[in-house]
Design a protein around this ligand. Structure first.
Ligand SMILES: [Mg+2]
Length: 227
């Protein structure tokens, strides 16, 4: 067996984050009495993305992103809201979202008897633990590593070093990372010297400098790589 340890990303690899996010935003905006939740959702995504980009450039902190994004959003409509309070409400709704990506449970059922399975996810620990538990997928994993617990995040090598130190009998050469994000999963694997499998259901094109070891368009295809 080429690999004995498999590291899985969660969002948009095992669980459908886009759906969880959309559902949570609609619930939040409805609870705030917003008349056009669809418009606000579009504006939120644009704003949220630009805030995370500013975070990646080191211009603002992570706390600033999540604690001000809703205040900034409602400001666009001339409304003053308590951004921290809305963030907490949103997080509550987000935690309820745990729809699985097609084939995830079937894949893990087949893999679990033969491989040591671990989760490596960026996010808020409480949210990720709850979503994994509610989805029923948590039972397949020996450990769930969430960036918040480590003080680092993918693609930082410090995040992966934290995980490696806690995986029994860890051997880099026998470990494969599976994830949908080129910038956090595939780059993270390559920075840490791991083989990677890019889950790419939308058939996107990878830039030259982000080369995954493997690429699959459906989760079930991972079995072909491993066999
Ligand atoms: Mg992901």
């Amino acid at each position: 067996m080429k690999y004995d340890t498999l590291l899985f990303d969660v969002d948009d690899t095992l669980l459908d984050f886009k759906k969880a996010e959309d559902d949570a935003l609609v619930k939040l905006f409805e609870s705030e009495g917003v008349s056009d939740a669809t418009l606000l959702t579009v504006q939120y995504k644009k704003l949220n993305q630009s805030l995370w980009k500013a975070f990646e450039r080191g211009e603002i902190s992570r706390d600033e992103v999540i604690q001000t994004r809703f205040a900034k959003l409602f400001e666009l409509h001339g409304q003053t809201v308590n951004g921290v309070l809305l963030e907490n409400t949103y997080r509550g709704f987000l935690e309820e979202g745990h729809e699985k990506i097609g084939g995830a449970a079937e894949l893990l059922t087949q893999l679990a008897p033969h491989y040591a399975l671990f989760v490596v996810t960026n996010g808020v620990s409480k949210t990720q633990y709850r979503r994994m538990r509610d989805s029923g997928l948590d039972i397949f994993f020996q450990k769930i590593f969430v960036s918040e617990d480590t003080g680092y995040q993918k693609p930082q090598t410090e995040f992966f070093d934290y995980c490696f130190a806690r995986i029994p009998h860890f051997d880099k050469k026998k470990t494969l990372l599976i994830g949908d994000s080129l910038s956090s999963d595939i780059r993270g694997a390559s920075l840490s010297g791991l083989d990677s499998c890019w889950f790419n259901p939308d058939h996107l094109t990878a830039p030259q400098d982000e080369k995954p070891t493997y690429e699959i368009h459906a989760l079930s295809k991972l079995l072909n790589i491993l066999s």
